[in-house]
Design a binder for this molecule. Structure first.
Ligand code: FAD
Length: 335
Protein backbone atom coordinates (compact mmCIF):
# COMPACT_ATOMS: atom_id res chain seq x y z
CA UNK A 1 0.00 0.00 0.00
CA UNK A 2 1.20 3.51 -0.85
CA UNK A 3 1.54 5.88 2.06
CA UNK A 4 1.11 9.63 1.72
CA UNK A 5 2.27 11.69 4.66
CA UNK A 6 0.83 15.20 4.98
CA UNK A 7 3.05 17.40 7.15
CA UNK A 8 1.32 20.33 8.86
CA UNK A 9 3.97 22.58 10.45
CA UNK A 10 1.80 25.68 11.02
CA UNK A 11 0.30 26.75 14.37
CA UNK A 12 -3.23 26.45 12.98
CA UNK A 13 -5.06 24.19 10.60
CA UNK A 14 -6.47 26.54 7.97
CA UNK A 15 -7.68 26.23 4.41
CA UNK A 16 -4.19 25.50 2.98
CA UNK A 17 -3.76 22.61 5.43
CA UNK A 18 -7.20 21.21 4.54
CA UNK A 19 -6.30 21.49 0.86
CA UNK A 20 -3.10 19.52 1.45
CA UNK A 21 -5.10 16.76 3.15
CA UNK A 22 -7.67 16.95 0.30
CA UNK A 23 -4.88 16.53 -2.28
CA UNK A 24 -3.50 13.53 -0.37
CA UNK A 25 -6.95 11.98 -0.08
CA UNK A 26 -7.57 12.25 -3.82
CA UNK A 27 -4.19 10.68 -4.58
CA UNK A 28 -4.72 7.93 -2.01
CA UNK A 29 -8.06 7.05 -3.60
CA UNK A 30 -6.39 6.66 -6.99
CA UNK A 31 -3.64 4.53 -5.44
CA UNK A 32 -5.76 2.67 -2.88
CA UNK A 33 -3.25 4.20 -0.49
CA UNK A 34 -3.29 5.52 3.04
CA UNK A 35 -3.12 9.15 4.20
CA UNK A 36 -1.12 9.83 7.32
CA UNK A 37 -0.94 13.28 8.87
CA UNK A 38 1.93 14.66 10.96
CA UNK A 39 1.09 17.72 13.04
CA UNK A 40 4.35 19.30 14.10
CA UNK A 41 4.77 22.08 16.65
CA UNK A 42 1.97 24.11 18.27
CA UNK A 43 -0.70 22.61 15.99
CA UNK A 44 0.02 19.19 17.50
CA UNK A 45 -0.96 20.41 20.95
CA UNK A 46 -3.96 22.48 19.90
CA UNK A 47 -5.45 19.86 17.57
CA UNK A 48 -4.87 17.03 20.01
CA UNK A 49 -6.64 19.00 22.75
CA UNK A 50 -9.48 20.51 20.74
CA UNK A 51 -9.70 18.86 17.28
CA UNK A 52 -13.17 20.32 16.75
CA UNK A 53 -11.70 23.86 16.85
CA UNK A 54 -9.61 22.96 13.81
CA UNK A 55 -12.74 21.44 12.24
CA UNK A 56 -11.11 18.02 12.27
CA UNK A 57 -12.44 14.84 13.77
CA UNK A 58 -9.97 12.32 15.09
CA UNK A 59 -11.64 8.97 14.79
CA UNK A 60 -10.01 5.75 15.87
CA UNK A 61 -11.66 3.69 13.14
CA UNK A 62 -10.36 5.80 10.24
CA UNK A 63 -7.96 4.02 7.95
CA UNK A 64 -5.10 6.41 8.60
CA UNK A 65 -2.58 7.47 11.18
CA UNK A 66 -2.03 10.84 12.80
CA UNK A 67 1.31 11.71 14.36
CA UNK A 68 1.65 14.47 16.90
CA UNK A 69 5.11 15.94 17.38
CA UNK A 70 5.19 18.59 20.10
CA UNK A 71 8.29 20.01 21.75
CA UNK A 72 8.94 23.34 23.53
CA UNK A 73 11.64 24.15 20.96
CA UNK A 74 9.11 23.81 18.13
CA UNK A 75 7.07 26.79 19.33
CA UNK A 76 9.17 29.37 17.44
CA UNK A 77 9.99 29.68 13.76
CA UNK A 78 12.90 27.28 13.44
CA UNK A 79 12.80 25.28 10.18
CA UNK A 80 16.01 23.40 11.08
CA UNK A 81 14.39 22.00 14.22
CA UNK A 82 11.28 20.95 12.32
CA UNK A 83 13.51 19.14 9.81
CA UNK A 84 15.27 17.32 12.63
CA UNK A 85 11.93 16.34 14.22
CA UNK A 86 10.60 15.06 10.90
CA UNK A 87 13.78 13.10 10.22
CA UNK A 88 13.19 11.29 13.51
CA UNK A 89 9.61 10.46 12.51
CA UNK A 90 10.75 9.31 9.07
CA UNK A 91 13.20 6.87 10.61
CA UNK A 92 10.19 4.65 11.32
CA UNK A 93 7.50 5.84 8.87
CA UNK A 94 8.37 5.45 5.21
CA UNK A 95 5.92 7.34 3.02
CA UNK A 96 5.99 7.33 -0.77
CA UNK A 97 4.87 10.95 -0.93
CA UNK A 98 5.53 13.66 1.67
CA UNK A 99 3.10 16.48 1.11
CA UNK A 100 3.30 20.02 2.52
CA UNK A 101 0.75 22.85 2.28
CA UNK A 102 1.84 25.92 0.33
CA UNK A 103 2.91 27.93 3.38
CA UNK A 104 6.10 29.90 3.88
CA UNK A 105 7.44 27.69 6.66
CA UNK A 106 6.67 24.58 4.60
CA UNK A 107 8.76 26.04 1.77
CA UNK A 108 11.66 26.33 4.20
CA UNK A 109 11.31 22.85 5.67
CA UNK A 110 10.48 20.79 2.57
CA UNK A 111 13.69 21.30 0.52
CA UNK A 112 15.92 20.76 3.56
CA UNK A 113 14.05 17.55 4.35
CA UNK A 114 14.22 16.38 0.72
CA UNK A 115 17.99 16.94 0.73
CA UNK A 116 18.43 14.92 3.91
CA UNK A 117 16.31 12.09 2.47
CA UNK A 118 17.98 12.24 -0.94
CA UNK A 119 14.46 12.68 -2.29
CA UNK A 120 13.03 14.52 -5.29
CA UNK A 121 11.27 17.77 -4.45
CA UNK A 122 8.60 19.74 -6.35
CA UNK A 123 7.05 23.05 -5.27
CA UNK A 124 3.97 24.93 -6.50
CA UNK A 125 2.19 21.68 -7.32
CA UNK A 126 -1.27 22.03 -8.89
CA UNK A 127 -1.97 18.41 -9.82
CA UNK A 128 -1.28 14.93 -8.46
CA UNK A 129 -2.33 11.83 -10.37
CA UNK A 130 -1.63 8.14 -10.18
CA UNK A 131 -0.57 6.63 -13.51
CA UNK A 132 0.75 3.10 -13.94
CA UNK A 133 1.70 3.02 -10.29
CA UNK A 134 3.64 6.28 -10.45
CA UNK A 135 2.73 9.68 -9.03
CA UNK A 136 2.48 12.23 -11.83
CA UNK A 137 3.06 15.73 -10.45
CA UNK A 138 1.91 18.84 -12.34
CA UNK A 139 3.35 22.29 -11.82
CA UNK A 140 3.20 25.51 -13.87
CA UNK A 141 6.37 26.56 -15.70
CA UNK A 142 7.43 29.44 -18.00
CA UNK A 143 5.47 31.96 -15.95
CA UNK A 144 2.34 29.81 -16.02
CA UNK A 145 2.30 29.49 -19.84
CA UNK A 146 2.89 25.72 -19.71
CA UNK A 147 2.54 22.84 -17.29
CA UNK A 148 5.35 20.39 -16.51
CA UNK A 149 4.38 16.80 -15.69
CA UNK A 150 7.00 15.18 -13.47
CA UNK A 151 7.53 11.65 -12.20
CA UNK A 152 9.99 10.89 -9.42
CA UNK A 153 12.32 8.04 -10.34
CA UNK A 154 12.10 6.59 -6.83
CA UNK A 155 10.22 7.29 -3.61
CA UNK A 156 9.89 9.28 -1.52
CA UNK A 157 9.02 12.49 -3.31
CA UNK A 158 8.47 15.72 -1.37
CA UNK A 159 5.82 18.10 -2.74
CA UNK A 160 4.49 21.51 -1.70
CA UNK A 161 1.01 22.19 -3.07
CA UNK A 162 -0.07 25.58 -4.35
CA UNK A 163 -2.81 27.25 -2.27
CA UNK A 164 -6.32 26.87 -3.75
CA UNK A 165 -5.18 24.30 -6.32
CA UNK A 166 -6.93 21.39 -4.54
CA UNK A 167 -10.32 20.99 -2.88
CA UNK A 168 -10.07 21.24 0.90
CA UNK A 169 -11.52 18.62 3.21
CA UNK A 170 -14.44 19.93 5.20
CA UNK A 171 -14.55 18.94 8.85
CA UNK A 172 -13.69 15.37 8.03
CA UNK A 173 -11.84 12.66 9.82
CA UNK A 174 -8.07 12.97 9.92
CA UNK A 175 -7.91 9.62 11.64
CA UNK A 176 -7.28 7.02 13.01
CA UNK A 177 -4.48 5.56 15.01
CA UNK A 178 -2.96 8.58 16.81
CA UNK A 179 0.65 8.49 17.96
CA UNK A 180 2.67 11.00 19.98
CA UNK A 181 6.23 10.97 18.65
CA UNK A 182 9.00 11.78 21.14
CA UNK A 183 11.80 13.76 19.54
CA UNK A 184 15.16 14.91 20.87
CA UNK A 185 16.21 18.29 19.49
CA UNK A 186 19.70 19.74 19.55
CA UNK A 187 19.52 23.49 20.45
CA UNK A 188 22.63 24.20 18.35
CA UNK A 189 20.57 23.42 15.22
CA UNK A 190 18.55 26.58 15.75
CA UNK A 191 20.27 29.11 13.48
CA UNK A 192 17.69 31.87 13.81
CA UNK A 193 15.44 32.81 16.69
CA UNK A 194 11.94 34.24 16.42
CA UNK A 195 11.90 37.57 18.23
CA UNK A 196 8.50 38.92 17.28
CA UNK A 197 5.46 37.97 15.23
CA UNK A 198 4.03 40.77 13.10
CA UNK A 199 0.58 40.16 11.69
CA UNK A 200 0.53 40.62 7.92
CA UNK A 201 -1.48 43.70 6.99
CA UNK A 202 -4.81 42.87 5.43
CA UNK A 203 -7.37 45.52 4.61
CA UNK A 204 -10.32 43.24 5.11
CA UNK A 205 -9.07 40.52 7.45
CA UNK A 206 -9.26 37.91 4.67
CA UNK A 207 -5.95 36.30 3.63
CA UNK A 208 -5.18 36.88 -0.04
CA UNK A 209 -4.29 33.25 -0.76
CA UNK A 210 -7.52 32.01 0.75
CA UNK A 211 -9.89 34.69 -0.60
CA UNK A 212 -12.71 33.72 -2.94
CA UNK A 213 -12.88 37.27 -4.26
CA UNK A 214 -9.81 39.48 -4.80
CA UNK A 215 -10.08 43.16 -5.74
CA UNK A 216 -6.67 44.17 -7.02
CA UNK A 217 -5.28 47.56 -7.99
CA UNK A 218 -2.36 48.73 -10.07
CA UNK A 219 -0.56 51.91 -11.01
CA UNK A 220 -3.75 53.11 -12.68
CA UNK A 221 -5.28 53.60 -9.22
CA UNK A 222 -3.04 56.65 -8.93
CA UNK A 223 -2.31 56.62 -5.19
CA UNK A 224 -3.22 55.23 -1.78
CA UNK A 225 -6.56 57.08 -1.65
CA UNK A 226 -7.85 55.11 -4.64
CA UNK A 227 -7.07 51.88 -2.79
CA UNK A 228 -9.50 52.92 -0.02
CA UNK A 229 -12.27 52.53 -2.62
CA UNK A 230 -11.01 49.04 -3.56
CA UNK A 231 -10.87 48.12 0.13
CA UNK A 232 -14.46 49.23 0.63
CA UNK A 233 -15.61 47.14 -2.33
CA UNK A 234 -13.62 44.11 -1.13
CA UNK A 235 -15.14 44.41 2.34
CA UNK A 236 -18.69 44.47 0.95
CA UNK A 237 -17.85 41.46 -1.23
CA UNK A 238 -16.21 39.55 1.65
CA UNK A 239 -12.94 39.44 -0.26
CA UNK A 240 -9.33 40.60 0.00
CA UNK A 241 -7.36 43.40 -1.63
CA UNK A 242 -4.30 42.71 -3.78
CA UNK A 243 -2.01 44.85 -5.89
CA UNK A 244 0.45 44.89 -8.76
CA UNK A 245 4.13 45.35 -8.08
CA UNK A 246 3.95 48.91 -9.41
CA UNK A 247 1.44 49.84 -6.71
CA UNK A 248 3.47 48.13 -3.98
CA UNK A 249 6.76 49.63 -5.16
CA UNK A 250 5.16 53.07 -5.12
CA UNK A 251 4.50 52.51 -1.41
CA UNK A 252 0.72 52.90 -1.81
CA UNK A 253 0.03 49.50 -0.23
CA UNK A 254 2.11 46.94 1.74
CA UNK A 255 4.48 44.69 -0.21
CA UNK A 256 2.61 41.68 1.19
CA UNK A 257 -0.33 42.56 -1.08
CA UNK A 258 1.71 42.00 -4.26
CA UNK A 259 0.39 39.38 -6.64
CA UNK A 260 2.47 37.83 -9.40
CA UNK A 261 5.76 36.18 -10.18
CA UNK A 262 7.56 37.72 -7.22
CA UNK A 263 4.41 38.08 -5.14
CA UNK A 264 1.54 35.85 -4.09
CA UNK A 265 -0.26 33.38 -6.31
CA UNK A 266 -4.01 33.60 -5.87
CA UNK A 267 -6.83 31.42 -7.14
CA UNK A 268 -10.10 33.18 -6.31
CA UNK A 269 -13.46 32.55 -7.93
CA UNK A 270 -13.44 36.21 -8.98
CA UNK A 271 -10.40 38.43 -9.62
CA UNK A 272 -11.09 42.10 -10.26
CA UNK A 273 -8.04 43.72 -11.92
CA UNK A 274 -8.39 47.49 -11.62
CA UNK A 275 -5.90 49.79 -13.33
CA UNK A 276 -3.56 46.87 -13.97
CA UNK A 277 -2.02 46.56 -17.45
CA UNK A 278 -1.62 42.77 -17.31
CA UNK A 279 2.15 42.28 -17.55
CA UNK A 280 3.09 38.60 -17.76
CA UNK A 281 4.77 38.83 -14.33
CA UNK A 282 1.43 39.86 -12.83
CA UNK A 283 -0.75 37.45 -14.81
CA UNK A 284 1.28 34.43 -13.66
CA UNK A 285 -0.06 35.06 -10.16
CA UNK A 286 -3.70 34.90 -11.26
CA UNK A 287 -3.60 32.03 -13.74
CA UNK A 288 -5.80 29.89 -11.45
CA UNK A 289 -8.48 32.57 -10.98
CA UNK A 290 -11.83 31.21 -12.20
CA UNK A 291 -13.14 34.53 -13.53
CA UNK A 292 -11.13 37.68 -14.28
CA UNK A 293 -12.84 41.04 -14.68
CA UNK A 294 -10.63 43.92 -15.83
CA UNK A 295 -11.29 47.64 -15.57
CA UNK A 296 -8.85 49.70 -17.58
CA UNK A 297 -8.95 52.94 -19.60
CA UNK A 298 -6.75 51.47 -22.34
CA UNK A 299 -8.70 49.13 -24.67
CA UNK A 300 -5.39 47.60 -25.82
CA UNK A 301 -4.15 46.72 -22.31
CA UNK A 302 -2.89 43.09 -22.28
CA UNK A 303 -5.08 42.33 -19.24
CA UNK A 304 -8.08 42.16 -21.61
CA UNK A 305 -6.50 39.12 -23.33
CA UNK A 306 -6.85 37.08 -20.15
CA UNK A 307 -10.04 38.72 -18.82
CA UNK A 308 -13.42 37.00 -19.00
CA UNK A 309 -15.10 40.39 -18.82
CA UNK A 310 -13.52 43.74 -19.69
CA UNK A 311 -14.69 47.25 -18.91
CA UNK A 312 -12.93 50.08 -20.78
CA UNK A 313 -13.48 52.95 -18.39
CA UNK A 314 -11.76 54.90 -15.63
CA UNK A 315 -12.13 52.97 -12.38
CA UNK A 316 -13.32 56.13 -10.62
CA UNK A 317 -16.54 55.87 -12.66
CA UNK A 318 -17.07 52.15 -12.00
CA UNK A 319 -15.98 51.21 -8.47
CA UNK A 320 -18.30 53.63 -6.56
CA UNK A 321 -21.24 52.36 -8.63
CA UNK A 322 -20.25 48.74 -7.90
CA UNK A 323 -19.97 49.49 -4.16
CA UNK A 324 -23.47 50.99 -4.11
CA UNK A 325 -24.90 48.04 -6.03
CA UNK A 326 -23.23 45.41 -3.82
CA UNK A 327 -24.39 47.33 -0.72
CA UNK A 328 -27.94 47.44 -2.07
CA UNK A 329 -27.93 43.69 -2.78
CA UNK A 330 -26.38 42.92 0.60
CA UNK A 331 -28.94 45.01 2.46
CA UNK A 332 -31.72 43.34 0.43
CA UNK A 333 -30.17 39.97 1.36
CA UNK A 334 -29.58 39.01 -2.29
CA UNK A 335 -25.78 38.76 -2.25
C1 FAD B 1 11.64 39.98 -12.54
C2 FAD B 1 10.33 40.74 -12.46
C3 FAD B 1 9.38 40.30 -11.57
C4 FAD B 1 8.15 40.98 -11.48
N1 FAD B 1 7.20 40.52 -10.61
C5 FAD B 1 6.00 41.14 -10.60
C6 FAD B 1 4.96 40.67 -9.76
O1 FAD B 1 5.13 39.71 -8.98
N2 FAD B 1 3.77 41.29 -9.80
C7 FAD B 1 3.52 42.37 -10.62
O2 FAD B 1 2.40 42.90 -10.61
N3 FAD B 1 4.49 42.85 -11.42
C8 FAD B 1 5.72 42.28 -11.41
N4 FAD B 1 6.70 42.80 -12.19
C9 FAD B 1 6.46 44.10 -12.85
C10 FAD B 1 5.65 43.99 -14.14
O3 FAD B 1 6.52 43.76 -15.22
C11 FAD B 1 4.88 45.31 -14.40
O4 FAD B 1 5.80 46.37 -14.43
C12 FAD B 1 3.81 45.60 -13.38
O5 FAD B 1 2.98 44.48 -13.18
C13 FAD B 1 2.98 46.78 -13.87
O6 FAD B 1 2.04 47.13 -12.88
P1 FAD B 1 0.69 47.85 -13.30
O7 FAD B 1 -0.06 46.98 -14.25
O8 FAD B 1 0.02 48.25 -12.05
O9 FAD B 1 1.20 49.19 -13.96
P2 FAD B 1 1.17 49.68 -15.48
O10 FAD B 1 1.79 48.67 -16.38
O11 FAD B 1 1.72 51.04 -15.48
O12 FAD B 1 -0.39 49.70 -15.82
C14 FAD B 1 -1.29 50.64 -15.30
C15 FAD B 1 -2.60 50.45 -16.05
O13 FAD B 1 -3.60 51.28 -15.48
C16 FAD B 1 -4.42 51.77 -16.51
N5 FAD B 1 -5.07 52.98 -16.00
C17 FAD B 1 -4.55 54.23 -15.84
N6 FAD B 1 -5.47 55.04 -15.28
C18 FAD B 1 -6.58 54.30 -15.08
C19 FAD B 1 -7.85 54.58 -14.52
N7 FAD B 1 -8.15 55.79 -14.03
N8 FAD B 1 -8.78 53.59 -14.47
C20 FAD B 1 -8.50 52.34 -14.95
N9 FAD B 1 -7.30 52.04 -15.50
C21 FAD B 1 -6.35 52.99 -15.55
C22 FAD B 1 -3.47 52.01 -17.67
O14 FAD B 1 -4.17 52.00 -18.92
C23 FAD B 1 -2.51 50.82 -17.52
O15 FAD B 1 -2.93 49.73 -18.31
C24 FAD B 1 7.93 42.13 -12.30
C25 FAD B 1 8.90 42.55 -13.19
C26 FAD B 1 10.10 41.87 -13.27
C27 FAD B 1 11.13 42.35 -14.25
Amino acid sequence: MRVILVVLPTPEVGRSEREAIGAARALATAFAGEVNVALVGPAAESVAERPERAGLTLEASANARTFFIAHPMLRGYAPELYVSALEQLLATVRPDVILFPGRTIALEIAPRLAYRLGAAMVTDVIGLQAEDGAVVITKPVYGGKAHAMLVASRPPVVVCVRPRAFDPIEGEIVGGDTTWVEVALDPSLERTRLLERIQEESATGTALEEAQIVVSGGRGIGGPEGFRLLEELARWLGGAVGASRAACDAGWVPASWQIGQTGKKVAPDLYLAVGISGASQHVVGISRAKCIVAINTDPHAPIFKVADLGIVEAYENIIPVLIEEVKRLRVAGKA
